[in-house]
Design a protein around this ligand. Structure first.
Ligand code: MG
Length: 373
């Protein structure tokens, strides 16, 4: 036993209200459940990680409830008693008892990094090779209100210099209506701001062939995952036809997925979420595969709260392969920041938090207030 020994792992479910509902193709959320993972060492250091999925199990089959069951029942017994600096070995041993469950593993991986960095008195990015920048660009997700209101929201963000590019969710409406709505928004913002769309894998090949050219023509600058994640040939075909880049999200959760996308030339950009990718260590491998193939990477989000977002900022600031900005806006959608000092967003960017570990301190009273009973 020494002070790096892991004494306990605790999980707590929180429900955080949002400032406005966030819509996906198949669901909408007005609160975001978070699973807070706390790893305590015998030296008295506590490292935090966050288990979070975008709006429930529809995206990848996991939820805060499944993550809690997997972590408490199967991952905690592997971890307790080990040294917090044995992350590689611990994660390999977790692989032996839990397949997939990448969102749950990501929460544990981040808590281990935070605890180890705090034990050393260094920031998490030091463990990732060191930061080469101190902030990263952040795109804003526009809501699903009528076109005029959406354009007004975007213009307000531009005037406040908060964001310079915007993402719109598609796939919930009839494709013709959806395309006209987004084309109108893209045309209104043309020349003022970048507009991207995320179809969350909801369209089939023919629908994509029919409507994506119209979106490109209206000025949409990037199209994220129009068709089902496993259909890489379809993504590759669309990429050949369209004059705008294609981003793979649902198609890439593992280094092997990234290799397949690269081998089939199926995307120009990969959305790297430290959550869906199983944590910081595995996200690095995914970015390395993409870099070797000349594929860009975007710092994507599962609508993480402060801990998950801080982890993704450390990753993006230490990883030159994350070279087309981020959408790490999660905390801006939250009605409660859960931090003593909130993350800093300004000039279209979010700042790398300074200090040991993730560089953020949880407000434990707020954590208690939003803990699910
Ligand atoms: Mg997406």
């Amino acid at each position: 036993m020494n002070e790096l020994t892991i004494e306990s792992l605790q999980t707590t479910i929180l429900d955080i209200p949002l400032v406005r509902p966030h819509k996906f193709a198949t669901t909408s959320m007005d609160r975001q459940p978070l699973l807070l993972v706390a790893i305590r060492t015998t030296g008295g250091v506590v490292g935090y990680g966050e288990g979070v999925v975008p709006g429930g199990p529809w995206w990848g089959g996991e939820s805060v409830e499944t993550m809690k069951a997997i972590i408490d029942g199967y991952i905690a017994p592997v971890i307790v008693g080990r040294r917090v600096d044995e992350i590689t070995g611990i994660m390999l041993d977790i692989e032996r008892v839990v397949a997939r469950a990448d969102f749950a593993k990501a929460a544990v991986d981040v808590a281990l990094h935070d605890a180890w960095a705090r034990s050393l008195g260094v920031p998490v990015h030091t463990l990732l090779g060191g930061a080469f920048r101190d902030s990263v660009e952040v795109t804003w997700a526009l809501g699903a209100a009528p076109v005029d209101e959406i354009v007004a929201e975007a213009e307000q963000k531009l005037a406040q210099r908060l964001h310079f590019s915007f993402k719109l969710k598609m796939g919930a409406l009839d494709p013709a209506e959806d395309t006209e709505r987004v084309a109108a928004i893209a045309q209104a913002l043309r020349g003022k701001a970048g507009v991207r769309v995320d179809i969350n894998a909801r369209w089939d090949r023919l629908t994509a062939l029919r409507y994506l050219p119209r979106l490109a023509e209206a000025g949409v600058e990037l199209i994220e995952q129009p068709t089902p994640g496993e259909q890489l040939e379809v993504l590759a075909e669309l990429r050949q036809i369209l004059p705008v880049p294609i981003m793979a999200d649902e198609s890439v959760c593992s280094p092997y997925d990234a290799f397949e996308v690269a081998r089939r030339r199926a995307a120009d950009v990969i959305a790297v979420k430290t959550t869906k990718c199983g944590g910081l260590a595995r996200s690095r491998v995914i970015v390395a595969v993409a870099q070797a193939a000349g594929i860009a990477c975007h710092g994507a989000t599962s609508i993480e709260g402060p801990i998950g977002t801080a982890a993704s900022i450390h990753f993006a600031c230490a990883q030159p392969g994350i070279n087309v900005g981020s959408e790490l806006f999660g905390p801006l959608l939250f009605a409660e920041q859960l931090l003593i000092e909130p993350l800093r967003y300004a000039d279209g960017r979010v700042a790398l938090p300074q200090g040991p570990g993730l560089g953020v301190e949880l407000d434990l009273d707020a954590v208690r207030m939003f803990t699910r009973n």
